[in-house]
Design a protein around this ligand. Structure first.
Ligand code: XMP
Length: 192
């Protein structure tokens, strides 16, 4: 007999969710497919792949994705504050921890949890371009096509989703819910 959804997840987090948008098994399958695509793209890379995850939203996605990659790679860390919903619009994204590896002449794959307004990825992409990588591609777990701007495109996309506020699998609200194992829609009354 199939166990009820409530039994599979931490009930206190589940109480804060309106619904589950992407269940764990669907996430896991798609992450494996993405890793295969990425693996094919960089299989013959003469430069060596450096994966640059944008902290902290991409940590769970990163951990699952890179363990499916069949070749050697490096990780470069960069932490960015996007001031989402907490600061005046004049404050764009800001680097709070600069990139810690040399990417000059390397193939770089920038990873983020979600392509929403694209402000964060646009900003980080420019930071990385200034360091002259051999190539620079973008991989996101989620994309909101209704909002994603035309000038920020992702080369690898896990899922296109509707314009709802999602949490889990690394995505947070007020630094909570990152450890929720699936992608869920937060109850609107909790953040509006
Ligand atoms: P954008 O693309 O708008 O995204 O620059 C900036 C960062 O904001 C976070 N973000 C979200 N986090 N649910 C979340 O939990 C969402 O629906 C959502 N949209 C954006 C995310 O960390 C992204 O990198």
């Amino acid at each position: 007999m199939q166990r009820p959804a409530r039994g599979r997840y931490n009930p206190r987090m589940l109480d804060d969710l309106e619904r589950i948008l992407i269940p764990q098994d669907v996430l896991a399958r798609r992450v494996r497919e993405l890793a295969q695509d990425i693996g094919r793209t960089y299989a013959d890379s003469p430069h060596g792949l450096v994966i640059v995850p944008i902290l902290a939203g991409s940590i769970i996605f990163l951990a699952d994705l890179i363990r499916c990659l069949p070749f050697k790679m490096r990780i470069g860390l960069i932490a960015v504050s996007s001031y989402r919903g907490t600061a005046p619009a004049a404050h764009g994204p800001r680097v709070i921890q600069p990139l810690n590896v040399d990417i000059t002449g390397r193939d770089v794959l920038l990873i983020d949890d979600i392509l929403d307004t694209g402000n964060t990825l646009r900003f980080v992409r420019e930071q990385l371009r200034e360091r002259n990588p051999a190539s620079l591609r973008i991989c996101v777990l989620l994309r909101k096509p209704a909002k994603a701007p035309l000038d920020v495109t992702a080369d690898f996309v896990g899922f296109d989703i509707e314009d709802v506020f999602v949490v889990g699998y690394g995505l947070d609200y007020n630094d909570l819910y990152r450890n929720w194992p699936a992608i869920g829609v937060l109850r609107p009354e909790l953040y509006s």
